[in-house]
Design a protein around this ligand. Structure first.
Ligand SMILES: NC(=O)C1=CN([C@@H]2O[C@H](COP(=O)(O)OP(=O)(O)OC[C@H]3O[C@@H](n4cnc5c(N)ncnc54)[C@H](OP(=O)(O)O)[C@@H]3O)[C@@H](O)[C@H]2O)C=CC1
Ligand SMILES: O=C(CO)COP(=O)(O)O
Length: 337
């Protein structure tokens, strides 16, 4: 195993993904501080070594210190942001001022989304706070439930500085966890945000029992839309063919672990969106992402017929079968158009 370039990590966000990532870094040999906003939960995690709220099956190593008190923060070489996308801006503003983060070597964005108010990617938001710290992205088909069981997983680490991408890759290299590097931060961030609404659509199709042909068609045309939109936003088309693109799209469109897929399936089965959203504490980024991506697509003039129908179903109460009729009755066109 290559020598570790960093010794100390801070994981910010105590949901399922933050918990799983803290465990990965601890297994790799880093000392990990794990920050969450809820003092009761963090105290419980520190004492019982389990996050019963978000990832109950995992027992956390002793090298992970769970905290909620910012006073307890130690200097960290590597900082992972794993709060939901809507909380990234406010959390970054709080964290950047902390003396313990002044020597940080890299800040890694692990959430998936685009800000509604600005259309910004998450590393663009982080860069407004962390003006002098290199930023990277960790993304890919990575369900926390499987990572926490040390099931074979691959991810992509994107950074515009190659040496930093390689250092972060080293931290995410274990016998069961393989990571690849990329310099296309823009592409992998758009891909990670975009797959979420399509996972909702795939869930809706399953809930409506539309069949395997329909779901395969949906996922394929979703990928075409991701490439079109992501390229228009400055990403490279090949990034959408990688782990952060088609890899994550498949994982979320077909997995029972996916919260976005679950939202869609329940919608397809007829449950109202409000009821679904209030039935779980867990974040389904595809719901806010649909609004922010739809807005970004309109602003940029990118054609996104699938996203438009997902938006109509979630935000304009369009019945799912009517959305499907709209999609199927569009003018015929070439597959590559
Ligand atoms: N789960 C997964 O498998 C993966 C998730 N991701 C991405 O990681 C991000 C985090 O998701 P995940 O860990 O699954 O989330 P969960 O739904 O498991 O948990 C949400 C976490 O975010 C916290 N939170 C919510 N609002 C705020 C806020 N305003 N400020 C600070 N913390 C807040 C919650 O705290 P509280 O309990 O106090 O409400 C909780 O700790 C998302 O963007 C997701 O798409 C990426 C890859 C895999
Ligand atoms: O991004 C994820 C897996 O890569 C998690 O997907 P969900 O948020 O849909 O559960």
């Amino acid at each position: 195993m290559p020598t570790l370039p960093y010794s100390n990590a801070l994981v910010i966000g105590a949901g399922s993904w933050g918990t799983a990532l803290a465990a990965v870094l601890a297994e790799r040999g880093l000392q990990v501080q794990f920050w969450g906003r809820d003092p009761v939960l963090m105290e419980e995690i520190q004492t019982t070594r389990r996050n019963t709220r978000y990832l109950p099956g995992l027992v956390l190593a002793d090298s992970i210190q769970a905290i909620s008190d910012l006073e307890a923060l130690r200097p960290a070489d590597l900082v992972m942001f794993v709060v939901p996308s809507k909380a990234v801006r406010e959390t970054a503003a709080i964290m950047v001022a902390h003396p313990a983060l002044q020597q940080t070597q890299v800040v890694i964005s692990c959430a998936k989304g685009v800000e509604l108010e600005t259309g910004k990617r998450l590393t663009q938001i982080l860069a407004e706070s962390f003006t002098h710290t290199p930023l990277a992205v960790l993304t890919g088909p990575n369900h926390a439930e499987e990572v926490s069981q040390r099931m074979a997983t691959a991810a992509v680490v994107a950074c515009d500085q190659e040496n930093i991408a390689r250092d972060v890759q080293t931290c995410f290299t274990l016998p069961w966890f393989r990571s690849y590097t990329s310099d296309d931060v823009t592409g992998v961030e758009w891909a990670g945000a975009m797959k979420n609404p399509y996972a909702i659509a795939a869930g809706i199709a399953l809930g409506l029992k539309l069949g395997d042909n329909a779901i395969a068609a949906l996922v394929t045309r979703a990928l075409a839309e991701m490439v079109r939109m992501g390229s228009a936003m400055g990403g490279r088309p090949e990034s959408f063919m990688g782990l952060g693109g088609v890899g994550d799209l498949m994982a979320t469109c077909y997995s029972q672990h996916s919260r976005n897929h679950r939202v869609g399936r329940l919608l397809g089965e007829g449950m109202p969106l409000q009821e679904i959203m209030s039935s779980t504490r867990m974040v389904a980024e595809g719901v806010p992402n649909t609004a922010s991506l739809h807005q970004a697509a309109r602003a940029k003039g990118v054609r996104t017929p699938l996203l438009d129908e997902i938006y109509a179903m979630l935000y304009e109460a369009k019945p799912a079968r009517e959305a499907m009729r709209t999609l199927l009755s569009r003018d015929p066109r070439a597959e590559t158009e």
